[in-house]
Structure formats: structure tokens, C-alpha cells
Design a protein around this ligand. Sequence first.
Ligand SMILES: NC(=O)c1ccc[n+]([C@@H]2O[C@H](COP(=O)([O-])OP(=O)(O)OC[C@H]3O[C@@H](n4cnc5c(N)ncnc54)[C@H](O)[C@@H]3O)[C@@H](O)[C@H]2O)c1
Length: 672
Amino acid sequence: MSDKIDLKSIFSKLPDKKPFIKGIRRAPKRDFSLSEAETELALKNALRYIPEEWHDDLIEEFLEELLTRGKIYGYRFRPEGKIYGKPIDEYIGNCVEGKAFQVMIDNNLDFDIALYPYELVTYGETGAVLQNWMQYHLVKKYLEVLNDEQTLVVMSGHPLGLFASDKKSPRVIITNGLMIGEFDNLDSFNRASSLGVANYGQMTAGGWMYIGPQGIVHGTYSTLLNAGRMKLGIPENENLVGKLFVSSGLGGMSGAQGKAAYISGAVGVIAEVDYSRILTRYEQGWVNDISSNLDEVFVLAKKYVDRKEPRAIAYHGNIVDLLEYVIKENIHIDLLSDQTSCHAVYDGGYCPSGINFDDRTNLLKTDKVKFKKLVDLTLKKHYEAIKEITNRGTYFFDYGNSFMKAISDSGIKEICKNGVNDLEGFIWPSYVEDIMGPVLFDYGYGPFRWVCLSRKDSDLEKTDLAAMECIDKERRFQDFDNYNWIKDAKKNQLVVGTKARILYQDAYGRLKIALKFNDMVRNGEIGPVMLGRDHHDTGGTDSPFRETSNIKDGSNIMADMATHVALGNSARGMSLVTLHNGGGVGIGKVINGGYGMVLDGSNRVDEILKTAMLFDVMAGVSRRAWARQKNSITTVKEYNELNNNSYITLPSLTNEDKIRKIVKNNYVRGGK
Ligand SMILES: NC(=O)c1ccc[n+]([C@@H]2O[C@H](COP(=O)([O-])OP(=O)(O)OC[C@H]3O[C@@H](n4cnc5c(N)ncnc54)[C@H](O)[C@@H]3O)[C@@H](O)[C@H]2O)c1
């Protein structure tokens, strides 16, 4: 390749500054604690992307961004107007994958989808596609020239370059925020982020696989249904009619809660402090009513519970106020959760009670110490309220947002099972520990998804039907739920942005659907398709407070599995492979990875699918089986019996009572 790839080759002159469109949400100022010398370093780092002759124009501007926003975004380089995932044929490229990933990046930055589109944040308060707009142009340019014997390497948003590989190699490999153990903490990350060398990719934001809030609706729907079955005694073939679900958050992923409650038949009441997010969900039809009056909220809720009609009600206000009202009025809640962004509890993810959303944003900027104090006070009230409500018979579960971890970190150790630290978990279950782990992940069921890159509704309809035909709904109740999900998917109007679909499937279910779709692409029935998944899955993520919270052999603090899944997917030729630090629960608390697989109708893709789709899931199920998870052991036994050129190690089980007795009689603290 002879052409140089730099911003000079993209812009003939320094682009003009552009105004910010009113009404588009903006990220609050991020932590800024760089010294003067480090501030110089941050500027030098950002200017590496900029041709030298523009430096004089940009030094002060970048410094202003750093001091006022905590990061250098290079706003001036953002393309003007709306960015969105266009039909794949409208992109320039030398291979389908190069064009397909441009669709995915643009979809992740769509005003209708992204939480803070100007700051390249897709969801989860801080989950970013890339660090800045200079990276956006370079990555895009690389994707335009990428050919099918090259791999683009992206490190925390920075495109390191194109390297020679071959047709069965990944076209893009991404890592985000991976830190050396000693520095693997939020303070070091924030410093690295201000310096412009670390990106918080969450899961699918920095993995370019976010498909809007639909991505999480299916998981939330399955969690609610199964919580109802396990804790409220609801039969397997029934839903949550007449039950009340209460939670908080109508943001990026939490925004799925109202819709999921509705689809599962329940009445959902969701508290949200940011009115703009309520409006977004209301306009999408994902919440049915809005009120900032708690009397009104619960009169409505009671009406629909009594009528056994599903309903999604948004309460504009703080969840703690709502819970205290529920206690005072003695209202019975069936299922209770929380989905505020507690993984970033002191960075704006959690709004203190007693102040409104605007005050929260101001306080965050002007007095971080006071803000932290208020957050801690609110967490305490929140904890006390949940304690009271669960004592009255409600089932509460942590929704993977680091809620219980945040309470514990704020100093309330009573929430820890051992009363001292979180090593043995917390007093309430996480949704994975009780529900998703045993019922879904241990079998390999996880958030498989696809995007019809043509952006045609007709392609999505054809793939929905084809996927439905691949499911045997009589096999297990999970298959029955998944069948119903896909049957009603169109009716439930879940699409925001590109024509995408989520469908929980196990290893062979995903493979069957993938091969079917690739065949449809080959036959010209549909355009190219991007397959992927959320990292929040059976195998992609090592997260002791969430995805692997039901791993009880002590290996929940290890990140071997997530790393292997990424390496293995890469070796087998997935089109995009990603590995991240921090997704969902925060820096240092998780390692997670994902993939993207472009279906172009070729035999090459068939061959990759046959090994990679199974490995991606079964690596997770195997590890769960080795940790003695009953349902995973069954799944692995079935897998081992199939003639698929694989064999998975199974554990010997032992008499636990006998061990307990012998240890009790002989144990000496510190050893002999
Ligand atoms: N459910 C899942 O399967 C799942 C999966 C991944 C991550 N998560 C976690 O869930 C959390 C939410 O994710 P998101 O993408 O929706 O984040 P988000 O930041 O977009 O949304 C959180 C919402 O909570 C609101 N909020 C904050 N404090 C509040 C309070 N005290 N009362 C009422 N509302 C309040 C915020 O205004 C915001 O709109 C994150 O921690 C995320 O990591 C959940």
C-alpha cells in the first residue's frame, strides 16, 4: 500500500469547528487529575494524530477540552450532522468485512442509539466505541482500504495499523482498557484515559456490536420470566400477568426493562431521574405512561395488576424516593431490581437522592467530594429500603450493575455474605447467580444476535422466519421461550437503528442458524449479515460479580476463560475478535470478549462457523462444567457423545458431606 493513512489524507484542510446540536445528551466532565507534566503528555499524545501544520490551531483547543471535559475528544473532527449505520453498499471497501464494520461503528454512534454521541459513548455511562474523533477517521479509512489478507489492530480505539494475515484470519482485532495487574484500578484507568491511551469499551460499544436497547430486552425478558418461575411459582408455560416488577434506569441497557416487563406480561414501574431518557423510551413506545407523582404511579400500577394487563410505567424521580414510598404505603412488589450505572457510581452513574438530575450534573463538575458523600448517603438509604422490602417478602436481585459491590465499597460490609469483604459474595443474589447462570448460561444459551447489513426490513423478516424454523420448541422450556420471542419479535417493534435481532440460543442452535443464514446469503435471498453476541454470555466473560458469579470452585477470580475464548475465536477465523477490561461492572472487575462474524455466503465462512461458533459457546460451558455446574455437566456429556472432533474434560464429583466432616475434625488455621 503506497498511500499514507493520516488525517491529512482525509481532510484537505483543518475542518471547521461545528456547533453542538441542542437536545443531544452530552457526557458529564470526566475525572481529571493529571499533573502539569501529564497534561503536556496528554496534549502531545492527542497531537500525534494531527498533521504538524495544524498544531498551533489545536493546542489550546485540546487543552480546553481536557480541562473542561476531562478528555480530548477532538470535537472539531466529528462529521457534521447525523451518523447512522447506512446500507452496506453505501460504504467504500475492498472486502465485505471492511464495509460491514463501518456500518457497525456508525450504528453505535447514531444519535438515536448512543448515550453521548458527541463523546463517542454508546451506553453504560462510559462505554465508548473509540476514544476520539481522530481515531474514528483513521479506523474508517483503514476499514476502507482493508483487504481480505490483512488484519486491522485496534488498541483502546487507537488503530495500530494493518498487518498482513490471510483469508481465514480475523479482519479486525480489538482490545480495550487491558491493564497491567498492579495498575488495574479505576484511578490508574482514569489517568490513562485522560492521557488518551485507554478506552472503556464496556462490552459491545468498544466491540462495535451494540444493536440498541433490543440487545438487552431478550435477556431481561428471560430473567424476569425465570425469576417468576423460580421465586413466584409461575408454571413453565405461563408468564408474569398480574405481577409487579420495580426497578430503576431507562438508559442504554436499563431502557429495556419496561419493554421486557411488558413482553413478559408484567406491570413494570421504572424510576429514572433523567427526563430525556424517559422521553426517548416513551417515543419508542417502550414505556406507556410517565408520571412524577408517586400516588399516581401506584394507582396506575394497581389498576393494570388487577386487570392482569401488561404495562410499563416510568416514574420520573429517584428510585430511593420510590422505595421509601412503597414502604410507607405498604405496597407489595413481586420482583425488585436496580439498573442504575453503579459500575461508575461516583462518576455520574448513580444520582443521589435529594437533588435533581441537573443539580447532579453541576455538582459532579463543581464539588466531587460533596457528590461522593451524597452518593454514599443515598446508597445507604437504598440498601436499608431494599432490606425492609425483602423482609416483607419481595424477591430482589442485583442486575449486574455492581449495585451490591458499590454498597460494599461505600463501607456497608453488612451486605457481604461474610460481613467483611466480597470474596464470598453478597447477601442477595445476582441475577446470574440465581437465574441466568443455572437456567441459561450453563446450557450455553446466550445473547446471539445478527444485523442485516442491507438495512432492509424484508431481510430481517426473512431471517426471523428462518431462525424460528431452526428452533425445536418442544425440547426445553428455554427453547419454547426463545421460539415465542422470535415469533413475536416483529410485532414487538424492537428495532432501533440497523435491522438487527437478538435471539438467545445454545451452541448448536447458533451454528444451525448461522449456517442457514450464510446459505440464504449465498442464494441471494438476503444481503450480507453480521453475526455477533453480547459479551454478557456463557463463555466470553470472566466476571465474579456477574457472568461468572455462579462459578463456585474459586476460579471466579481468574480471567483464563475470557482470554481463551478470544484467542480461540481468533485462531478459528472470526471476522472480528475483541477483549476488554471492565465491561458492565467496572475496571479491574471483569475481562470480557466478543466477536463479529460476517456472512458473505462463501464456503470459507461455512468452514469457520462449524468450529468457531461451537468453540465460542462450549469453552464457556466446559469451564462451567469443570466448576461442577450440574446443567453444564449434562450439556458437556451430550456434546462429548456427538462425533464433532472435540472432547471436553469432566470433573469427578465427590461426597461433600464427607469432606466437610473430615475437614471439620482436622482443620488447623494457617496449616500445621
Ligand atoms: N441488565 C443487564 O443485562 C445488564 C447488562 C450489562 C450491564 N448492565 C449494567 O446496568 C447498568 C445500566 O446500564 P445502562 O446502559 O442502562 O446505563 P445508563 O447509564 O445508560 O442508564 C442508567 C440510568 O440510571 C439512571 N439513574 C441513575 N441513578 C438513578 C437513581 N438514583 N434513580 C433513578 N434513576 C437513576 C440514569 O439517569 C440513567 O439513565 C450498568 O451498570 C450496566 O453495566 C446490565
